[in-house]
Design a protein around this ligand. Structure first.
Ligand SMILES: [Zn+2]
Ligand SMILES: [Zn+2]
Length: 172
C-alpha cells in the first residue's frame, strides 16, 4: 500500500510515481489521478486546497474507511486541517458531536440513529413530544452520571464534564 502525496490516504495500490511512469491511479480519497491531473498542470497543492475547500469529501465512497479521520490523515503528510463545526452532527440531547448524520432532517424527522453519547434514538425516544423527550432524556442521562452509551466510540478529547458545562450554559 502506498500513500497519496496529495491527501495522505494510505491505501493506494500503486506507487504514485514509480521509477519510470506515473501510476495513473485515481486516489480513492481525494480523486487525484497521478500522471493525468498533474499532466493538465494541476499541482498537488492546488488539488489539495480545492479538495479541502469542498470539505474533503471522500471521492470513491465504497473505499471510505469506517472510522475515517481526515484530520489525522492530512496531519500525516504535514497538513494541519480542522474540520468545521458546521459539518459536525451534534446530538441535541448530550451535545456529542460525532453523529453519522444529522439527528433531525430539515423536515424535523429523526434519523433513527442511536447517539453514542447518551443512547438517545432520534425519531423514537422523542415520541410524542420532541422537546420534552429530549429534555427528559437529558435529565435522566445527567442524573445517571452522564456515562457514555458506547464506550468504544468515544473520542479521547471528549469528556463528559466539558459537555455538561456546555449543557448548563444552554439551559440558562
Ligand atoms: Zn489522495
Ligand atoms: Zn446524545
Amino acid at each position: 500500500m502506498y500513500t497519496c502525496i496529495v491527501c495522505g490516504y494510505k491505501d493506494l495500490e500503486m506507487e504514485s510515481y514509480g521509477k519510470e511512469y506515473p501510476s495513473c491511479e485515481i486516489c480513492s480519497c481525494c480523486g487525484f489521478q497521478f500522471g493525468i491531473d498533474d499532466d493538465k498542470g494541476i499541482s498537488h497543492d492546488l488539488w489539495r486546497e480545492t479538495w479541502i475547500k469542498k470539505d474533503c469529501s471522500f471521492w470513491y465512497t465504497p473505499d471510505r474507511p469506517i472510522a475515517w479521520d481526515v484530520e489525522k490523515q492530512l496531519k500525516s503528510i504535514g497538513i494541519m486541517y480542522k474540520k468545521k463545526d458546521a459539518n459536525k452532527n451534534i446530538c441535541p440531547v448530550c451535545k456529542y458531536d460525532g453523529l453519522d448524520e444529522p439527528a433531525y432532517n430539515s423536515l424535523g424527522y429523526g434519523s433513527y440513529d442511536i447517539c453514542q453519547g447518551c443512547g438517545f434514538q432520534f425519531g423514537l425516544d422523542d415520541y410524542p413530544d420532541k422537546n420534552k423527550g429530549i429534555q427528559k432524556w437529558r435529565e435522566n442521562w445527567i442524573r445517571g452520571g452522564s456515562s457514555w452509551y458506547s464506550t468504544s466510540s468515544i473520542k479521547p478529547n471528549w469528556n463528559p464534564t466539558e459537555q455538561l458545562i456546555h449543557l448548563s450554559k444552554i439551559k440558562k
